[in-house]
Design a protein around this ligand. Structure first.
Ligand SMILES: [Fe+2]
Ligand SMILES: [Fe+2]
Length: 242
């Protein structure tokens, strides 16, 4: 088992580990400005590999922010191990997520992010918080958008099972919709499609997936396609009920 490191946009690094026997890879992202932000920590068991990989990009003592899409083992299992080894780092999570989850779970008090709040990392790197409750799952769910590279750190959105390339320009929509067959990871509601399509207004040019490749290209079209697909699934669910 190894953690690979690839720069998928200017000073945004994808760390990827495919544990033996796992159905999909686990990706973390480091955004490096004058200060650095980590998006996802990986599970506790991955901490030795992931922290070693992070340290190749930025010394842990220079890590300022530890962030993740929602509270779940693969997103933030190693949060406290990072806090213990990155003495100046702070966890940043949505204000509601801090109230219901992270205030209690984190060994140091987190920074509650407002919707739309920007973490300015210096050197032009600006990471904006966008609250997306229950998208794809979790009351505390949010995504983050790095403005200078138009990279959407989209967490579990577009999840793919199996091995993946580092980057792709091929559409992810159909594969993502098929992934719903694996336990239905997305909380399908009437707001799922509209919330995903709203992200298209950011006009991202990269989608940094937690479980899959990084998509490079017309990401707005991908988000609209995914939102429409979930709308169809939700309507099918309603139709099957009567
Ligand atoms: Fe998740
Ligand atoms: Fe995940």
């Amino acid at each position: 088992m190894e953690t690979t490191i690839n720069e998928i946009a200017d000073n945004i690094f994808r760390l990827s580990t495919f544990p033996d026997g796992a159905p999909l890879p686990f990706n973390q992202f480091v955004v490096r400005g004058e200060r650095a932000l980590l998006f996802h920590t990986g599970m506790r068991s991955l901490f030795p590999l992931v922290s070693e990989a992070v340290a190749k990009i930025v010394p842990l003592a220079e890590l300022e922010w530890i962030t993740f899409g929602h509270v779940e083992a693969d997103e933030c299992g190693a949060m406290n191990q990072f806090l213990a080894n990155a003495p100046y780092a702070k966890v940043a999570h949505g204000a509601l997520g801090c109230m219901v989850q992270v205030n209690d779970l984190a060994d140091r008090a987190p920074h509650p992010l407002e919707d739309g709040e920007v973490l300015d990392l210096g050197n032009g790197k600006r990471v904006r918080n966008i609250e997306t409750p229950h998208l794809p799952h979790g009351w505390d769910a949010h995504v983050m958008f790095e403005e200078s590279t138009r990279t959407l750190l989209c967490g579990d959105l577009f999840t793919q099972f199996g091995p993946s390339a580092v980057t792709t320009t091929e559409s992810l929509v159909e594969t993502a919709l098929q992934s719903e067959d694996f336990g239905g990871p997305t909380a399908l509601t009437a707001t799922t499609g509209p919330r995903i399509r709203a992200l298209a207004n950011l006009e991202p040019t990269a989608l940094a997936l937690m479980h899959g490749p990084t998509f490079l290209g017309d990401a707005s079209k991908e988000l609209i396609g995914l939102g429409d697909g979930y709308d169809r699934m939700f309507e099918d669910t309603l139709a099957a009920r009567v």
